[in-house]
Ligand binder design. Structure first.
Ligand SMILES: [Zn+2]
Length: 173
């Protein structure tokens, strides 16, 4: 009896002290089916763009909950134009200072044969329960998908920037 209890305690202690599954994108990516770590940090700014451990964990969640299942569902490659953005990269591309990309909670995606609006519909249909915002940008040809969900997903359309450089976001039912 006593040794069994001891074994059980040791097992519980090991489980409680086990390190988390990974900390870098490369470690997390062992569990990803359709994406590589570099696709999560791609940037044309030339700036360093290494995610924090917290952002890497959020990116891992996004790949496993949203991007991999979406790719499986639509059957064509899903390309990322921007996922993680360091604060400097985000500034450089004119992102909002509170952009979900900084925390690893969003991806801008494209898929062969899909317009932004048809891809957004596919996101809502296949992984809608896991997403926060789904925003179509026709001028950029991509869809912004976030996975910091705090309620039902929001589907929005962004106009091209106006003369003042600002976009208008329309809610789509
Ligand atoms: Zn975005």
């Amino acid at each position: 009896m006593f040794p069994l209890v001891l074994v059980a305690l040791v097992v519980v202690a090991m489980a409680l002290t086990a390190p988390e599954r990974g900390a870098t994108l490369t470690e997390y990516a062992a569990a990803w089916r359709h994406f590589a770590p570099w696709e999560m940090t791609v940037t044309n700014t030339g700036l360093a763009n290494e995610p924090t451990a917290a952002a890497a964990a959020r990116i891992d969640y996004g790949v496993q909950a949203v991007l991999d299942p979406l790719r499986d569902a639509i059957g064509v490659p899903v390309m990322t134009s921007s996922v993680y953005r360091s604060p400097a990269v985000n500034d450089s591309v004119g992102g909002h200072s509170d952009s979900e990309h900084i925390n690893g909670n969003a991806a801008d995606i494209l898929a062969a044969g899909y317009s932004p609006s048809s891809l957004a519909n596919a996101v809502m249909h296949h992984v809608g329960a896991k997403v926060g915002k789904v925003i179509t940008y026709d001028d950029k040809g991509h869809v912004h998908v976030s996975w910091a969900a705090s309620g039902p997903p929001e589907r929005l359309h962004a106009t091209a920037p106006g003369a003042d450089g600002k976009r208008i976001y329309h809610r789509i039912q």
